[in-house]
Design a protein around this ligand. Sequence first.
Ligand SMILES: Nc1ncnc2c1ncn2[C@@H]1O[C@H](COP(=O)(O)OP(=O)(O)OP(=O)(O)O)[C@@H](O)[C@H]1O
Ligand SMILES: CC(=O)C(=O)O
Length: 579
Amino acid sequence: MAALTGCHFPRRQISPGNSNGRSLTTVVRPGVGHGRSVVSVRRRPVRSSLQLDVEKSTVPLAPSDRSPSEERFGFDAASEAELKGKGLTGLRRTKLVCTIGPACCSPEQLERLAAGGMNVARLNMCHNSREWHRSVIRAVKKLNREKRFCVSVMIDTEGSQVHMVDHGAASSIKAEEGSMWLFTTQNFEGTRPFTVKANHEGFSEGIMVGDELVVEGGMASFEVVERIEDDLRCRCTDSGLLLPHAKLSFWRAGKLVDRSVGLPTLSSKDWVDIDFGISEGVDFIAVSYAKNSEDIKALKTHLSTRSAESIRVLAKIERLESLENLEEIVEASDGIMVARGDLGVQIPLDQIPAIQKQVTSICRQLNKPVIIASQLLESMIEYPTPTRAEVADVSEAVRQQADALMLSGESAVGLYAEKALSVLSTASLCIEAWAREDGLRNLPPLPRLTSYLSDSIAEEICNSAVEMGNNLGVAAIFVFTKHGHMAALLSRNRPGPPIFAFTDDANTGMGLNLHWGVTPIVGNLFEDMERNVKESIRFMAAIAAVKLGDVVLVVSDLSSVSPATSAFTQSIQVRTVGQ
Ligand SMILES: Nc1ncnc2c1ncn2[C@@H]1O[C@H](COP(=O)(O)OP(=O)(O)OP(=O)(O)O)[C@@H](O)[C@H]1O
Ligand SMILES: CC(=O)C(=O)O
């Protein structure tokens, strides 16, 4: 095998074996072209082949004779600023999701969040009107179009939950210990003191005197002292704040009384919201209270008939049943949200860290992005700095290499939305740098994802590419991808170098926004792979993302159909940025 030239890193023998120690059958044949060694892998006469090119020659930086590369690709303005500020190693790998609410919904506030690194804007359909959601979605899309941001949009379904719709005040109100409150579904004009209106007619069904009513997983607690038809008179036993839309749960003898039995995961309102999301071109739909894979499959079937674009379905893990059916839910969905807020309503809080770790690990094994959500920086709703414990919690999620972190109330209603985002960003960068130094080689082995030959070739290429990239210390990994599959497979290996995913499909780019370490770059791609490689390197050099002498690993799953063989080639190449 030819040695690499012009590379300033320890030279190692490049082997097509993957990180799990499995290796493909290899045939080394004489180099083709100028100074290349090619390791090709052939199995049966299938239409796929793997090509490993280690190229001595450099990619010249002279401008191409066509239109400038810079105009060919759309690079996210926020990532570009990050790159300019800190270089490739300073590019954040952990993705950031912000819940949009009244505190951050103006075009100016959205722009500041986008500039601060928001990768995905989340809209919780529990709150506010569809008109309001529409205006936010359109404002985000306008920012993407006009200011070169690449912020995806997620809607989050309300789901069948019992929550307050009115609690006798405009915003929050404190329930004092010993005070008596009426929980009702009666319709009345305006608000009444010490009266909480619940959203669901049957909210008190089966509830008995002596049961405990818990608000928002423990913000405040009440004891049911009397039933008056369907209403409940309750005494506050644990004082606390009642917030708009706070969730209500009932407990008997230390066990949750499940109020969602018999209710569908997606309510009729959710289906209307979903169709609204389709018509507004959202990128992700998060399904609240997913019970099993059927919930996810039903929505995917609906989307496949209603939307030409691919809208990714995320399952929220926030109820006991979702934990019981965890693997099938992860398999069926395009990603997962560990919704620690509602999870904490149903299971003891001390179990949440272990569940977060388990869900994160399963998602990585099954190659699905995972978002860690709720209360990451809760105190920043009111204060300009987080608590030490909050920073430790964020750092632990980054150390677990979750794909994304999410702000909830901190951005939606908090006083310091942009600061909270900046805390997430800084903490992520800090732990990622530490993990690269310290923990990179201690990742647990990944199981094989598939037994289908064509898919396992892609998987083997990506596993090998990451191992090569790490060992060679390349500056970056470039992947050319149509549907994002190979970019996701590379990300699953959590490589040291950043991944730049070049695609000509804007929808693929938006979907990749949730994948750890992947920066999507949308633009025109050519039939000719060599031309794509050269143009991409020139483009990245033009924006100073790579510099002279940098070595990049190039991976492709584009179907470059050779007229002679009709072969479908997937490849890994090592290229040097040249004069
Ligand atoms: N669009 C909005 N309009 C008004 N308030 C909002 C909006 N989105 C969020 N909020 C406020 O921000 C808080 C946090 O929002 P978030 O959606 O993360 O929490 P949540 O309502 O508990 O979520 P979920 O219902 O999915 O568990 C909410 O309690 C609500 O007060
Ligand atoms: C985000 C969310 O829905 C939760 O944590 O419950």
